[in-house]
Design a protein around this ligand. Structure first.
Ligand SMILES: *Cc1c(COP(=O)(O)O)cnc(C)c1O
Length: 368
């Protein structure tokens, strides 16, 4: 048997006729830039998440860059975030001329530890950028309390968590702006790059809309130096079809996680993911702590089971951020996680046979 980490073939197979029809419609209309499908997706997504304004753009990374810029954060400013995340979280701050200021994670949830934020606030701090890592929402109650107390903006990096909730409320709806990524491996993936900003603030929505298209208002009159970062019509058309399946896919991911949780509980060398009682995860990744990670990876490779390390080097130790002055030992929990985490296949199309095969392979490795 062979189990890839993600099987997009299996995902597209049942919806291919609708996806093809949606793409054909774009070709028939030749409306490749800002066709009506973009607005359709924005309206559908705003409704799905219960947020007023949705602004499609070219990628999750661009959605973050646009958000930081729209909030007027730049040179001389600091944004508090987690070192245990995908690179774009911090690069979006850096690329606006501001500095990421990292705080360590909660080792249980892998998310930024809200109790460590206050100590990192300086007179330069302008915002907090929590990341709902692996599909589990951060403690948004605490983060919003702190943001209110210190008058800080909040940008939710929800690239991995579309549809996840904290205390029953949708991610992306707590902060000033929330962002999504439609990178193919995300829970709602396009057939290429795509992203979105979400906000309840009308002024911010207008500014984001202008910034994604050269800062124009009206056409050929530039209020800001903006970007060329629109969401392709073809991608929006595909996403419109796929968004209808998302809730069902999230259920499938949770069911797979429940199976692993139960089956792996007896293996003492493995720690299954902890989900906070206030959070409902959408499991973009199913990430375990494991002993002898290299050995397990090799064993899974032999069994043709896909797995991956998210993330092998925390951001405070990345060469490009050397001038921030961080060193090994600054964030021991993030560093420990980077040395012992492993993500297993969790996509909703996994069959029972595949799941059992994976569990058996892990048991075989640790228990012989
Ligand atoms: C994927 C991801 C991004 C970037 O999204 P792209 O669409 O790939 O640009 C940003 N932050 C996190 C946490 C991500 O996982």
């Amino acid at each position: 048997m062979k189990v890839p980490l993600l099987d997009l073939q299996a995902q597209y197979q049942p919806i291919l006729p609708q996806v093809r029809a949606a793409i054909d419609e774009v070709i028939a209309k030749n409306n490749y830039i800002m066709g009506y499908q973009v607005q359709e997706l924005e309206e559908k997504m705003a409704k799905y998440l219960g947020i007023k304004y949705a602004i499609g753009c070219a990628s999750g990374t661009d959605a973050l860059v646009l958000s930081v810029k729209a909030l007027g954060i730049g040179a001389g400013d600091e944004v508090i975030t987690t070192p245990f995340t995908f690179f774009a979280t911090a690069s979006s701050i850096w690329r606006n001329g501001a500095k990421p200021r990292f705080v360590d994670i909660d080792p249980e949830t892998f998310n930024l530890d809200a109790e460590k934020i206050e100590a990192a606030i300086t007179p330069k701090t302008r915002a907090i950028m929590p990341v709902h890592l692996f599909g589990q929402a951060c403690n948004m109650t605490r983060i919003m309390e702190i943001a209110d107390k210190y008058n800080l903006k909040v940008i939710e990096d929800n690239a991995q968590g579309i549809g996840c909730t904290w205390e029953g409320k949708m991610s992306c709806s707590f902060g000033d702006i929330g962002i999504l990524s439609f990178f193919p491996s995300k829970n709602l993936g396009a057939m290429g790059d795509g992203g979105m900003c979400l906000t309840n603030d009308e002024e911010l929505a207008i500014k984001l809309r202008q910034l994604r298209a050269h800062g124009e208002n009206p056409k050929y009159y530039h209020k800001w130096v903006g970007f060329n970062s629109r969401l392709d019509t073809i991608q929006a058309a595909v996403l419109n079809v796929k968004l209808d399946c998302l809730s069902q896919w999230s259920e499938g991911r949770r069911a797979n996680a429940a199976f692993y949780n139960q089956q792996l509980a007896s293996i003492k060398q493995v720690k299954t993911p902890y989900i906070h009682p206030s959070a409902v995860s959408v499991y973009n990744q199913y990430t375990i702590y494991c002993e002898n990670r290299d050995g397990l990876i090799n064993h899974l490779k032999e069994k043709e089971i896909g797995c991956a390390i998210y993330y092998p080097l925390p951001l405070h130790l990345q060469e490009c951020f050397a001038e921030l002055g961080y060193k090994v030992g600054d964030f021991p929990r993030a560093e420990k996680a980077s040395k012992s985490v492993l993500s297993l296949p969790i996509y909703p199309e996994l069959t029972d046979e595949q799941k059992s095969y994976i569990v058996e392979a892990i048991k075989e490795f640790y228990q012989g």
